[in-house]
Design a protein around this ligand. Structure first.
Ligand SMILES: NC(=O)c1ccc[n+]([C@@H]2O[C@H](COP(=O)([O-])OP(=O)(O)OC[C@H]3O[C@@H](n4cnc5c(N)ncnc54)[C@H](O)[C@@H]3O)[C@@H](O)[C@H]2O)c1
Length: 461
């Protein structure tokens, strides 16, 4: 639904005024399991073949990338040398720099990126692939691997018209198949609100991703009656999962509607109840005999905002209990391999953090603490569950258009909504799609990661 600002911008007066006073003009982003309509250009450093092979597995035939080499420039009418251009707008540029070792090789990235800045169609993509910094065995390598991150984040702030750029760090031993889920997520509209981010893909023995990746798998989503949780349930069901939708009894009506529409099942449950995990597992064991959970998505969350000067113990406790303590207890119980209906080996734990937990937010000391705690859960559990093939990741949403953010006073809301590289709020589905990417069995190499779904928030980015 257009907000007031959007309505103004699309009016004749707004259209005339906006460019003059430098007001942001957000574009409608491409969403869903949809590739860009333009070609996917591929550029690879000498010896780099990972992205080419992953594209082949995805049955995407790349087009050649245009390079800004000094000798390729052609004089314009005034005789000034101009870099070569794409004849037709491309949908994306993928640069495979997985064999990067030296600082001077960054010139290749500049040469490929320059024509792409104006050559990528609206809502198009730049995807950079580089070696993970921890794998560097010398100072220049470590420096240059980090340098790509700075390049990516700065480029994100220059791109316009909904074009995003993201960086995939690949660990030694990553196969092309293990990269497919990440590459497809980034190229498709599913990653619409993920911009200027970098995360790691590790080695995993998997087959290439597919659209119905979750067929036959059971996924539990907490807080599923509305907002982001309802969209997570929808995305998981679209990709084939049987969804167990969990929410408090007071939200029973919305919960039943979500579960019925998706042909999943509803479980009315307050996640802070001491027996919450036991009830989730019992529900799975009874409704789907013999099955274990593929995933638990800890989406249920609350805010009780107050400046710390006015923060009483009940606001403090409620937020830490729902947003953090409950999920620590639930994970602990579901990880018991002997519990019928518990988490299966090869499964997924997904947390929902927030940019407030990363950058901090005035009036949200309780919420910020709880959401930073979610990052702690990810960091602690991911390496410890690797031998069971269980991945642990989180999303950190920025400003997402939901009932939660509709309650923010109008002026602050307008500021939060616009101050990111995409100049608009994200949609609940943007968070859901990123979680869907974590849930994919082909994402087994993605663990211990926190992906911000924030359109590259300008604060604390
Ligand atoms: N909306 C945003 O901009 C934004 C930004 C960052 C993070 N988040 C996080 O995303 C998640 C979803 O947010 P939303 O905007 O959809 O919120 P929402 O308030 O619309 O939905 C939250 C759902 O969680 C349920 N819930 C709350 N307490 C529960 C409990 N004890 N047991 C079971 N269910 C419970 C609620 O009934 C509700 O259905 C939250 O964790 C939130 O902190 C949201």
């Amino acid at each position: 639904m257009p907000d007031l600002f959007e309505t103004f911008l699309t009016s004749p007066l707004g259209k005339a005024l906006a460019p003059k006073v430098g007001l942001p003009q957000p574009v409608t982003l491409r969403r869903g399991r949809v590739l860009p309509s333009g070609g996917i250009a591929l550029a690879s450093l000498p010896g780099a073949g990972l992205a080419a092979e992953a594209l082949r597995l995805l049955e995407i035939v790349p087009v050649p990338a245009v390079r800004d080499d000094p000798e390729a420039r052609v004089p314009d009418a005034e005789g000034r040398p101009k870099p070569p251009r794409y004849e037709e707008r491309i949908g994306a540029l993928v640069i495979d720099a997985s064999t990067l070792t030296r600082i001077d090789e960054l010139e290749h990235l500049r040469a490929w990126l320059r024509p792409a800045v104006r050559g990528v169609q609206p809502s198009g993509r730049i995807v950079l692939v580089a070696p993970e910094p921890e794998s560097a065995d010398g100072v220049e390598k470590r420096a240059v691997f980090h340098a790509v991150d700075g390049l990516n984040r700065s480029l994100g702030k220059e791109l316009r018209h909904g074009v995003t750029t993201n960086l995939v760090y690949v660990a030694p031993g990553v196969t092309a198949a293990a990269l497919t889920s990440t590459l497809l997520f980034l190229l498709e509209g599913r990653s619409a609100f993920v911009d200027g981010q970098s995360w790691r893909v590790g080695p995993a023995d998997v087959a290439a991703t597919s659209a119905r990746a979750l067929a036959g798998l059971v996924v539990v989503v907490t807080g599923a009656a509305r907002g982001i949780g309802a969209r997570i349930a929808e995305v998981a069901a679209r990709d084939g999962a049987h969804v167990v939708a969990v929410d408090v009894p007071q939200a029973g009506e919305g919960l039943a509607e979500v579960a019925n529409t998706l042909r999943g099942s509803a479980l009315q449950l307050d996640i802070t109840a001491p027996d919450a995990a036991a009830r989730i597992a019992a529900h799975v064991a009874q409704t789907l005999p013999g099955r274990r959970l593929h995933a638990i998505v800890h989406n249920a969350g609350i805010t009780r905002d107050k400046l710390l000067a006015n923060m009483d113990e009940s606001r403090w406790a409620a937020v830490l209990e729902v947003n953090l303590a409950a999920q620590v207890r639930i994970n602990d119980a579901l990880l018991d391999a002997a519990l019928p209906g518990g988490l299966a080996d090869g499964g997924r734990i997904v947390g929902v953090s927030s940019t407030s937990g990363i950058a901090g937010n005035r009036g949200q000391t309780n919420y910020g603490a709880s959401k930073a705690g979610v990052v702690g859960v990810v960091r602690y559990l991911a390496p410890r569950l690797a031998d069971r093939g269980i991945t642990v990741n989180a999303v950190a949403p920025g400003f997402i258009e939901t009932d939660m953010t509709a309650a923010i006073p109008p002026v602050s809301r307008e500021i939060f909504r616009r101050t990111n590289s995409l100049q608009q709020g994200g949609q609940p589905v943007d968070v859901a799609e990123t979680i869907g990417y974590f849930l994919d069995p082909a994402s087994a190499g993605v663990t211990g990661q926190v992906i911000r779904v924030c359109g590259q928030n300008l604060v604390g980015a």
